[in-house]
Write a protein that binds this ligand. Structure first.
Ligand SMILES: Nc1nc2c(ncn2[C@@H]2O[C@H](COP(=O)(O)OP(=O)(O)OP(=O)(O)O)[C@@H](O)[C@H]2O)c(=O)[nH]1
Ligand SMILES: [Mg+2]
Length: 245
């Protein structure tokens, strides 16, 4: 049978996707580009950037007796962290918890970007989530070469989609062979969660080039039940600070 020509709807959708990709990319370059001269203005933070200096997390990376005067925000250099992972893995929750906000009750998919800006002693950290739904994964690769670290969040209890997560992760690894990667094995609080050893094997992390910095951290960013005084977010944050320093 001869191939059918693309229908107008398919062409329109393709065009819309291309436009969306370009807009996202231009926005990223304009907003987080390394060479930009314009400083961030909190009044323009319409997409959810966090202008506030938060009390808890910016001391997590510091020994307690090293209290120094903090530099002004506008003097700080910037670092960019891209937060990716399949839909529902816990990316938005991670950003919320880092911002000192409580996790939301239920899954509210990110239909585009989500970001927070966290000032630390020596630099500001921009964390950018791109939603993990299938149509948004296409754009992930456009951003990996623009950032300092990739955080890839995995739902440890989602056995059905683990191979999909593996494929998406390795596509990103192939795109930038030098980018440090922190894989977060989230939802360890769930009884069906895979262990870190199992995830390391199933995600193909052992086979990765030893030159690359790859870390696999267990976490329960928003544990469903009590008994998790140390859900792991602090460890992830400390590791990020080390990698970004
Ligand atoms: N049990 C458990 N649930 C969690 C944990 N972390 C996040 N969740 C839940 O997982 C669901 C999805 O979390 P989100 O942070 O919205 O997921 P996401 O990765 O941002 O998803 P998309 O925006 O669709 O790509 C929410 O109901 C969270 O409360 C965890 O450590 N344990
Ligand atoms: Mg999200």
């Amino acid at each position: 049978m001869a191939p059918r020509p693309l229908g107008p709807l398919v062409l329109a959708l393709g065009g819309a996707a291309a436009v969306l990709g370009s807009v996202l990319f231009i926005f990223w370059k304009a907003y987080f580009g390394r060479d930009r001269e314009q400083r961030w203005d909190p009044s323009e933070a319409w997409w959810g950037a966090e202008p506030v200096r938060l009390p808890e997390w910016d001391t997590w990376g510091l020994p307690e007796d090293e209290e120094e005067e903090e530099p002004a925000l506008e003097e700080l250099e910037q670092r960019e962290v891209l937060v990716l992972g399949l839909d529902g893995s816990g990316k938005s929750t991670f950003l919320r918890v880092l911002s000192g906000k409580p996790p939301l009750d239920g899954h509210f998919p990110t239909w585009g970007f989500n970001s927070v800006r966290l000032p630390t002693r020596n630099f500001q950290v921009d964390l950018l989530e791109i939603g993990g739904s299938q149509n948004l994964r296409f754009y992930w690769k456009e951003f990996v070469n623009e950032v300092d670290v990739l955080v890839f969040v995995v739902d440890s209890a989602d056995r059905l989609r683990l191979q999909r997560a593996r494929q998406e992760l390795h596509k990103l690894l192939d795109k930038d062979p030098d980018l440090p990667v922190v894989v977060v094995a989230n939802k360890q609080d769930l009884s069906e969660a895979m262990s870190v050893m199992e995830l390391q094997r199933e995600l193909g992390l052992q086979a990765i080039n030893s030159q690359r910095e790859v870390f696999l951290l267990a976490a329960s960013i928003a544990p469903a039940g009590p008994g998790f005084n140390d859900p792991g977010t602090v460890h992830i944050w400390r590791l990020l600070l080390q990698l970004l320093s």
